[in-house]
Design a protein around this ligand. Structure first.
Ligand code: HEM
Ligand code: HEM
Length: 178
């Protein structure tokens, strides 16, 4: 069944954000396990200001989304599938904000200020407090694990649409293959 496409801007923002989140997720897991060294601290700084940049990109994406309705899902999709797809998309939007916010708050509570691109210091939102810092680290980690689970389901659904149901749900989010 043929439905209308996402706009070029929505497609560009979707894939830029997906690339950014997957890269930052991998960097987060990698850097966490490194022994303490100047290189580890440099990777932490990169992780932090790239994460702040993704938060700003999420704001741009949300603003675009509010002004542009996405194409409707194919009418032959079961009602529960449509609800699941919408719920997953809402949760993904929520995580695009909650993950960087939890990282920023964690850094404040641990006493490490975030300096965007190494140039612009962001105000610390919390007093230094080890217990709060450790709690927010657990929150940051848990939100990331939730992101991984939802993205795996999201990708599986996109592939099911393309290869099993054979509709155009994946194609309309791709910059090629129309
Ligand atoms: C959307 C963006 C982000 C993603 C996907 C992300 C992902 C991750 C992941 C997967 C980890 C490893 C967690 C662990 O092993 O405990 C991590 C750790 C960390 N993240 Fe993020 N993060 C993001 C944004 C941020 C931001 C904006 C900040 C701070 C301003 C930040 C600060 C940190 C810090 C300090 C750690 C290391 C915690 C530790 O020592 O274990 N993150 N991040
Ligand atoms: C971190 C990775 C990803 C995130 C956070 C993410 C997030 C999202 C969100 C929020 C939407 C809803 C867009 C809207 O209606 O405004 C969406 C749509 C979509 N995504 Fe992703 N996505 C990711 C990765 C992927 C990947 C790897 C694929 C392909 C295998 C994919 C395929 C799609 C498709 C086909 C749609 C359109 C669904 C529809 O037409 O309703 N996404 N994605």
């Amino acid at each position: 069944m043929k439905t209308s496409r996402y706009t070029g801007v929505a497609i560009g923002l979707h894939w830029l954000m997906a690339l950014g989140l997957v890269s930052l997720f991998s960097l987060g897991l990698y850097m966490h396990d490194l022994p303490l060294s100047p290189d580890k601290l440099k990777l932490y700084s990169w992780h932090k200001w790239t994460g702040v940049s993704l938060f700003l990109l999420a704001l741009v994406r949300l603003a675009w989304r509010v002004g542009h309705r996405p194409p409707t899902l194919p009418g032959d999709m079961a009602r529960y599938e449509q609800i699941l797809a919408h719920a997953a998309h809402h949760l993904l939007y929520l995580l695009m904000f909650a993950i960087p916010l939890s990282g920023w708050l964690m850094s404040s509570a641990k006493g490490f200020q975030t300096v965007w691109f190494g140039l612009l210091p962001l105000p610390d939102q919390l007093e230094k407090n080890k217990a709060v810092g450790d709690l927010l680290q657990t929150v940051h980690w848990s939100l990331n694990m939730l992101l991984a689970v939802v993205v795996i389901g999201h990708v599986a659904a996109a592939l099911k649409h393309h290869f099993i149901v054979r509709d155009d749900v994946l194609k309309r989010m791709l910059p090629f293959l129309h």
